[in-house]
Design a protein around this ligand. Structure first.
Ligand SMILES: [Zn+2]
Length: 89
């Protein structure tokens, strides 16, 4: 193709606009988000996103308990085993 633009990796714009997920572009996006979360609106939005994620997690747990109680017990048992293993190390 003659009109093909040259892709410049390592830019936040390449990550967002072209959806490139190479190491350079991912690092650039991570750095951008790190800086963004230090701004006032970034802090507010990060707090909001975390609160939403927590709410989603609670809903998912309640759904598992209500609809798949035996599987939920398995998950809890495995989680306890993991914690026990971590403490032994
Ligand atoms: Zn890239």
């Amino acid at each position: 193709m003659e009109n093909q633009q040259q892709v410049i990796h390592g830019l936040y714009a390449t990550y967002t606009n072209l959806s490139c997920r190479c190491d350079l572009c991912r690092a650039s996006a991570a750095e951008y988000m790190r800086s963004y979360r230090k701004t006032n609106s970034g802090k507010v939005n990060a707090r909001r996103s975390q609160a939403l994620a927590n709410e989603r997690g609670k809903l998912a747990i309640q759904w598992m308990k209500d609809n798949n109680p035996s599987e939920w017990e398995e998950i809890v048992k495995k989680a306890h085993e993991l914690v026990k293993k971590e403490k032994q190390q």
